[in-house]
Design a protein around this ligand. Structure first.
Ligand code: MRU
Length: 345
């Protein structure tokens, strides 16, 4: 029996199992992970993905490595984990918390990782309830990428809000952006919507503007990988485009995230490191659905994994700590408690 379990992670005493998100929705395959190197490869491939889940799984991998190698330099391992995906700041949050108790030994690291996991579960519930408060019966909500239970220890961020609204009996219709190039919407969010019993339709990303122009979208809700001091935020590439179009059509645009996604040291979106990914992801597609190439083999490619949405396009930031408008963000209300003592939740 795992000590701890979420929709996509099982934690055992000396190893993890993750639900391989590259295989979904065709196959639910759990894969053993018992080294930092196996974790790095799973995260690079997006078999483990989503800002909170990346950070939490790194914490357990580090704790388990420390228990097996009490005399090695844990800092070197933490540095390697930290460099694996540079944009989502939850990874840095979790590794900072782990490094802060290196001196207390391996047992303390295991306890700290478990506390981070429980914290994320509680944060998900809080922000999801705040997000659900903003949803009305009949709302048609557009979302991007995957922000559900697969990406966190709990109910999720933006999808968490939809799930809690659904639990409250609020009928919604969700438009799911396919989310090129790796199709987290088409593969994972569509699967989660069906699992949650939420009415949905899948669209290609390029259809969002005409959907909004047709008056079919009441709200846009997305997650975040890093929120800056000024409210700019990074999320899956394509989010910025949605925010621009929603602004043009005067459709409320919400970002839903835990306080662990806020990075007060990033002053503006220009300070967020954006991961560039392999050209093969744009040349074609590979995965459980097989491998198909459609571009010329050597076609030059620009493939940022994330983009930055400026604060001026956001209606409200829905965090576990509160729902903040632009004036509250300008006062730095979202940064309060960014480095709290664990166990505060
Ligand atoms: O590259 P991914 O799939 O890890 O990107 C995920 C996202 O962009 C999510 O919106 C973000 O991590 C928030 S998930 C709760």
């Amino acid at each position: 029996m795992p000590h701890l379990q979420s929709r996509s992670l099982r934690v055992y005493a000396d190893h993890l199992e993750y639900l391989d998100q590259t295989q979904l929705p065709q196959t639910e395959q759990w894969v053993r992970c018992d080294s930092p190197w196996a974790w790095q490869s799973a995260v690079k491939d997006l078999a483990i993905r989503g800002a909170p889940l990346i950070g939490l799984s790194a914490a357990f991998v580090l704790a388990q490595y420390a228990a097996r190698h009490p005399n090695e330099d844990w800092q070197l391992v933490s540095d390697r984990l930290r460099a694996t995906r540079p944009t989502a700041v939850n990874l840095m949050y979790c590794l900072d918390a782990m490094e802060a108790c290196f001196e207390e030994g391996a047992n303390a690291l295991g306890e700290r990782a478990a506390a981070l996991f429980e914290e994320d579960r509680a944060l998900c519930q809080r922000m999801a309830e705040r997000g659900a408060d903003l949803l009305k019966p009949g709302d048609r909500v557009l979302t991007h990428c995957n922000t559900g239970a697969l990406a966190t220890a709990g109910v999720g961020t933006a999808i968490g809000a939809l799930a809690v609204a659904r639990q409250r009996g609020v009928d919604l219709h969700v438009y799911v952006d396919e989310t090129r190039p790796l199709l987290q919407g088409g593969r994972l969010t569509a699967w989660e919507m069906a699992d949650l019993g939420i009415s949905y339709q899948l669209i290609a990303d390029s259809m969002a503007a005409s959907l909004m122009a047709a008056g079919k979208v009441d709200k846009v809700m997305v997650g975040a990988d890093r929120i800056c001091a000024n409210g700019d935020f990074a999320n899956k590439v394509g989010t910025y485009m949605l925010a621009v179009v929603a602004h043009y059509h005067q459709i409320p645009f919400y970002v839903v995230a835990p306080y662990t996604t806020v990075d007060p040291e990033c002053v503006t979106g220009g300070d967020i490191p954006i991961e560039q990914r392999d050209a093969a992801e744009i040349h074609g597609a590979a995965g459980a659905f097989g491998k198909v190439m459609w571009a010329p083999e050597n076609a030059p490619v620009w493939n940022p994994a994330f983009d930055v949405t400026p604060a001026e396009l956001v209606t409200a930031w829905i965090l576990d700590t509160g729902v903040f408008d632009a004036a509250a963000i300008a006062r730095g209300a979202h940064c309060q408690g960014r480095k709290p003592t664990l166990g505060a939740v």
